[in-house]
Design a protein around this ligand. Structure first.
Ligand code: ADP
Ligand code: MG
Length: 559
């Protein structure tokens, strides 16, 4: 037997990295801007702790196109690299300078917002370019360095005459990827991935209209100046403390996040935790009933202000994926392509933290302004009912704020409802019978009859109500839901029997038999109520179990 080492040569893995590492070509720009951001934040950190003796100023990142040469330029004013550093950080594939930096300054730099960690991002440039140049000047060097590589393992490294600090990456865009020289395509990418990155990113210029001077003549045309077109907001609302934000700031951020969404959110939840994991964010409850962009405007996941994905499945519990907003956590483990999440312990903790925060917020809204909460109920009930059905912890918490509206628009919590009906709505075994209607119009006469007898009738008309009812019945003792048009309603102990019919008993029997010739007896039962009742002199009901069986068959099983 012999043992040995498999020799992985860069020559072999290089084409693999280029081809398969990232499924999406477009992410190269995000990676290069992330590196430029890291380089800037590193310099900021070093000047903060007194290790770099330079003026930090207001550094920007610039993205520039040169269409004649087919080149795309990403320029930063960050830390830069010496020749040795280029050798170390760039020529060593999969050696992450970001990780090394965080390791070296681990006591002070953990909140510096540094993004990179796989040491592979830079090479994504070769997905769209057949030649890449780096011109870079370190903050501590006199001479700049110039690295050129044409996508093979050969490179050249020489001196350059760049005089200002920082790095310029030049991509010679290849034939198949010419789209990345188009302004609109680049704008699209910058807005998608870099809209909230922490260092200002300039892309071209734009015209800005100046305010008119006070003594300017009426008909004078407004003056414009050309200013830098900064595509990002480096300090989005979620990075701030809740105390520093007004209601209006949250609304503005919603508009910033979803420019095509014209409906205002109902309320927000600011997430902010740094132990045992780091997570910030703002979630919004949208008005679901009016949401035209339901599919498009989803919760966005960021890591250190870099957009990762708007598929948050697995991080956010399913019932909350209907919400909107942002979550930002460097602790969510992503594979190198950052596109697929792994189900792991940290993510589960994050998911239950989010659930808890949402439940707490709902509870405080309910406690602080019940009237307002009731008004919003129709818009938020789908989320809450679905959550109660699918997450047991949320179900327990929701007992404090979940509402059960009656057909007359009175809202009860479950506890209040029990209190209200315990005298009047029990069967002979003392079981509480909760009457409900699923469709106010169709079941109108049944509702009126039940009300006439002094019963409370709930309106449970959401698509998941049937499942929720089952859940409530199994989790609560001694209650039973009965639909208002079912035969069970007769099993209720009526307070008083004041229903005397105008018909004699004989006449009633005759009428009943006649009706039963047209209504199948096996499926429905016919009762004659007091015939002077306006609402329903005659009631045809269906046994509750039969109706439920049919319902379950239609919706494909129970909850
Ligand atoms: P990561 O960002 O995960 O560390 P990358 O492959 O994206 O890996 O980059 C490798 C390293 O190259 C970085 O860690 C950094 O040290 C160096 N680097 C890349 N771009 C720049 C830049 N614009 N300025 C300074 N250093 C850079
Ligand atoms: Mg990187």
């Amino acid at each position: 037997m012999s043992t040995g080492k498999i020799n992985v040569s860069v020559e072999n893995i290089f084409p693999l990295i280029k081809k398969f590492l990232y499924s999406d070509h477009e992410i190269f720009l995000r990676e290069l801007i992330s590196n430029a951001t890291d380089a800037t934040l590193k310099l900021k950190h070093l000047t903060n702790i007194g290790e770099a003796d330079v003026t930090y100023g207001n550094p920007q990142i610039e993205v520039k196109v040169n269409k004649e040469n087919n080149t795309l330029h990403i320029i930063d004013q960050g830390i830069g690299m010496s020749k040795e550093e280029v050798e170390k950080y760039i020529n060593q594939v999969a050696f992450s300078g970001a990780e090394e930096f965080l390791e070296k300054y681990k006591d002070t730099a953990k909140d510096s917002g540094i993004i990179g960690h796989f040491g592979l991002g830079f090479y994504s440039a070769f997905m769209v370019a057949d030649k890449v140049e780096i011109i870079t000047k370190s903050y501590k060097e006199e001479t700049a360095a110039h690295w050129i590589c044409e996508g093979t393992t050969d490179f050249s490294l020489t001196d350059a005459d760049k005089t200002d600090r920082g790095t310029e990456i030049i991509l010679h865009i290849n034939e198949e990827n010419k789209e990345f020289l188009e302004e609109h395509r680049l704008t699209e990418l910058l807005v998608k991935y870099n809209k909230f990155m922490p260092v200002p990113i300039k892309f071209g210029t734009k015209e800005k209209t100046l305010p008119k001077a006070e003594d300017a003549p009426e008909d004078e045309a407004p003056k414009t100046v050309s200013v830098d077109n900064i595509i990002n907001n480096p300090t989005p609302a979620w990075t701030k403390q809740p105390n520093d934000l007004e209601e209006e700031d949250y609304k503005n951020f919603y508009r910033e996040l979803y420019p095509m969404q014209f409906e205002e959110p109902l309320f927000h939840i600011h997430l902010n935790v740094d132990y045992p994991f780091n997570l910030t964010g703002i979630l919004y409850f949208p008005k679901l009933s009016n949401d035209m962009n339901m599919q498009k405007d989803k919760i966005q996941l960021y890591q250190n202000q870099v957009f990762v994905t708007d598929n948050v499945e697995g991080i956010v519990p399913e019932f909350l994926t209907m919400l909107k907003g942002v979550i930002d956590s460097p602790d969510i483990p992503l594979n190198v392509s950052r596109s697929y999440l792994q189900a792991d312990g940290a993510v589960k903790k994050i998911s239950s933290y989010i659930t808890r925060k949402v439940a707490d917020k709902l509870k405080s809204l309910f406690n602080n302004n019940r009237e307002d909460f009731e008004q919003k109920w129709n818009d938020i009930k789908v989320v809450i009912e679905y959550g109660m059905l699918t997450e047991d912890k949320f179900f327990d918490k929701a007992q404090k704020f979940a509402l059960y509206p009656t057909v007359d628009n009175t809202y009860h919590t479950f506890e209040e409802l029990e209190e209200k009906i315990k005298e009047n709505q029990t069967d002979k075994d003392g079981k509480l019978i909760i009457l409900y209607a699923a469709n106010q119009e169709q079941q109108h006469s049944y509702i009126e009859t039940a009300k006439g007898k002094g019963y409370e009738v709930l309106l449970l008309d959401s698509p998941i109500a049937a499942h929720l009812i089952q859940k409530l019945e199994t989790s609560k003792e001694n209650i039973s839901f009965v639909r208002v048009d079912s035969d069970h309603i007769d099993n209720l102990i009526k307070k008083e029997e004041n229903t005397t019919s105008k018909l004699s008993e004989e006449e009633q029997e005759k009428l009943k038999t006649e009706i039963e010739t047209v209504v199948p007896k096996e499926k429905y039962s016919v009762q004659l109520e007091a015939l002077d009742s306006d609402a329903a002199p005659l009631i045809i009901t269906q046994p509750e179990f039969m109706r439920r069986m049919k319902e379950m068959q239609q919706t494909g099983g129970g909850g």
